[in-house]
Structure formats: C-alpha cells, structure tokens
Design a protein around this ligand. Structure first.
Ligand SMILES: Cc1ncc(COP(=O)(O)O)c(C=O)c1O
Length: 390
C-alpha cells in the first residue's frame, strides 16, 4: 500500500511562503523548495475535520481559550513526555517567535545580554536585536560529525555582568541535536549559578526519530528554584504552523505576570477560533499520524544521508536526532556564502536556507528540509549530483 506521505500535494497558489515566495527569495519560481520549516504533507484528518466543523458555524467572533484547550496540552505532555504541567502555569501565546521577543522584553533590560548558541534559528538573533537587547554568542562546536554545546564558554558568557537570559533551542534547529539529559543538567546548573532565566524553545520536541534517543523536557529536570520558561506548540508536530498559536509553560508567578504584561501591551492575547480548534484536535487525535510521520521521515533521512555519502562526497551531512531539517556541510566546495546560494539555486535548481543566515558558524552550510514526499528528494539529489559533476 502506498504511504500517505508519498502522495504529492499541490501547494502552489495557496499563499504558501515555501512555494509562492520562491520568485522573490530565489529569483526563480521553479526551484525545488526545500527551505522554510513546514512540511508538504496534509495535517492529520482530525485537524481538518475540526476546522471544517468550526467553519460550519458562520460567526467568527472574538474568541476565548476554552478550558479543554489547556487540558489538551496538559494531557499531551503528561502522556508523551512524562511532564506534569499545572493548569496555572499555562499561558497561551500567538506563536513561539513572538514569545522569544516577549521573553527578551520581559527578562532583560535595554542593552542587557541574551545568550544564544549559533548556528541557530534566525529569530533567536532578531528577537534580541529588535528589542534593543545585546546578543551574546556561545557557538556550538562540531566534533566528530556531531554538534555539542561549549559548556565552558557558556559558563563564561553566563558570568558576564550583563547576561540575563539564555535562549535554548531544544531540539536544536538547524543542527538536529536532541540534547542529552546530562547536557541539559549542565545548562540548568550554569543558569542557576549565574541567575539566568532560560527560555527553552521546545517547538520541535515531538519530532524525534524512533531510532534515536528521546527528547528530554528541560522543565522535568529543573527544580522550583530554576528560572525557566518553556515554549511549546503543536504547529510543527502536526504541520499547521500557518495557524499561529503556541503555549508557554511558566511555573513562577512573577515570570508569568511579566510575560502577560508584554503580550497585553501589544494586544497580543487574542486568538482566532480556527487555531484553537486545530490545536486541540492535533493534541487529542494526532498521535497515530505523528507515529507514521516519524517513520516516513526516518526513511527520508536515511535515504538522503546514504545518497549523499555514496554519491556526493563533496558534501558532509550530520545525522539529525530530531526535526525534519538536515544540515549540509558544503565547506569542501570552497566557495563563499553568496556563491554557495547561487550554486544551489542556479546550478542545482534547489531552494534551501543558506547556513550563514543561522549566524557566522553556519558559513559554508545549507539547511535542507526533508518534510516532503521522497520522490521530491530523489529529484533534488539527482539535480544536485549533476550540478556537482559539472
Ligand atoms: C526553533 C523554532 N522556534 C520557533 C519557530 C516558529 O514558531 P512560531 O511559528 O510559533 O512563531 C520555528 C520554526 O521554524 C523554529 O524552528
């Protein structure tokens, strides 16, 4: 029986950033789109059914967050991650990126420092810069084909007088690391020693591979004394990030109040009825779909890595432990970042995210999104092979 994830879905002309912004971003609308972190798969049927059902009621007025939504989050994290969240700790938010901005505003003063670990998802930089805070970089280290945190340097960053917050990406976009329990315990210890608040962005926490270690929710390892805010969302898990809704889990009442105030000053506490319906349906009914998805993505991951290792020796790839993102080391091509982007677009006909957009340590890399039917990856790798052969 063909896999449901093998079926192509036409996404052109749906106002999709990944498909319909290609001309603007790459200068060509025919590149194979392997950028933007959404997948080309239909969301679970239960999500679509919930949206249809909501649409059948023809009044789309101002909406509140129903109690059942909070319960859906609580039950999902208890069941999938063994994490007990209390109802009072939950704060709904319009997205994880707005939450990064809110955390910078709430927990660091103007000009004060926020630590990030590049290469990292670009809004980690912009949320700090655009709110007038200072970026403190603790670059990840690549050792033996695997990225690690430089904990010694992290301690030095945390010890700076101006350091207030650490933005942790867990699992880490773009390098695909699922941080180990011991790494996370070290992070907590450093933060505790230097009175840092940790904002742990765990939006990718459900996207771990069946053959790799499980994700550890940082809050499960933390104690009451740790200053910690966790950002979660079903948007990546069930492929519905366009609907824009997320949750913050904040144990400390003062921290909760500080975040709430920031959202309120921007009038960002409203949400639309469709996000609510989809969010709850995903967490309540999406688990078996997620299981099938991860098996399919594991097949994609193995296919791409095997093909690159066998046929494209100029490119090195680190095996991700989570996320549908692959991080391609193209430094052996010995071309600069602007030429690298041009090579992928104009020689190979592929649109990927240039590694340099994830910070200086991403120079010479490209980020590839494998959340698409395998046939798309086969065509892309064949085009890349031909371009490299030239
Ligand atoms: C680490 C990380 N955080 C946040 C987001 C986006 O979150 P949202 O769409 O809820 O703002 C992404 C999307 O790629 C991501 O990779």
């Amino acid at each position: 029986m063909p896999d449901i994830f093998d079926q192509p879905v036409q996404r052109e002309n749906t106002c999709s950033v990944k498909f319909d912004a290609r001309k603007t971003v790459f200068g060509r609308e025919d590149v194979i789109p392997l950028w933007v972190a959404d997948m080309d798969f239909p969301a679970p049927e239960a999500v679509t059914r919930a949206l249809e059902e909501r649409a059948r009621h023809p009044v789309y007025g101002y909406t509140l967050f129903p109690e059942s939504l909070y319960q859906a989050v609580i039950e999902w994290f208890e069941h999938r991650h063994g994490w007990t969240i209390e109802r009072d700790w939950l704060l709904m938010a319009p997205g994880v990126v707005p939450s990064l901005h809110a955390a910078a505003l709430a927990f660091a003063g103007e000009g004060e420092g926020v630590i990030i670990q590049p290469p990292v998802y670009p809004p980690f930089f912009s949320s700090i810069r655009k709110t007038g805070r200072a970026v403190i970089e603790n670059p990840l280290e690549l050792a033996g084909g695997r990225y690690q945190m430089n904990l010694e340097h992290l301690e030095a960053c945390a010890a700076r007088d101006d350091a207030r917050v650490l933005l942790l990406c867990s699992p880490h976009n773009p390098v695909g690391r699922v941080w180990s329990e011991s790494e996370l315990r070290e992070v907590l210890a450093i933060a505790r020693r230097h009175k840092l608040l940790v904002l742990s962005d765990e939006i990718h926490c459900d996207l771990t591979y069946p053959d790799k270690p499980a994700h550890h929710v940082l809050a499960r390892l933390a104690g009451e004394e740790d200053a910690l805010v966790t950002a979660v969302a079903p948007s990546k898990t069930f492929n519905m990030p366009g609907l824009g809704l997320s949750a913050l889990v904040v144990r400390d009442e003062e921290h909760r109040r500080a975040l709430k105030e920031v959202f309120e000053t921007m009038h960002m506490n409203q949400c639309n009825p469709f996000s609510i319906a989809a969010f709850e349906a995903g967490y309540r009914h999406g688990e078996s779909w997620l299981g099938q998805l991860m098996v399919y993505l594991q097949g994609n991951r193995d296919y791409v890595i095997d093909t690159i290792r066998q046929q494209l020796p100029a490119i090195k790839v680190t095996e991700p432990e989570g996320t549908y993102l692959l991080w391609l080391d193209c430094r052996a091509l010995e071309i600069d970042d602007s030429e690298l982007k041009k090579f992928f677009v104009h020689q190979a006909g592929i649109g990927m995210n240039p590694g340099i957009t994830f910070g200086e340590p991403g120079s010479g890399f490209m980020r590839m999104n494998i959340g698409c039917p395998r046939s798309v990856l086969e065509t892309a790798l064949e085009q890349l092979r031909r371009a490299l052969d030239k």
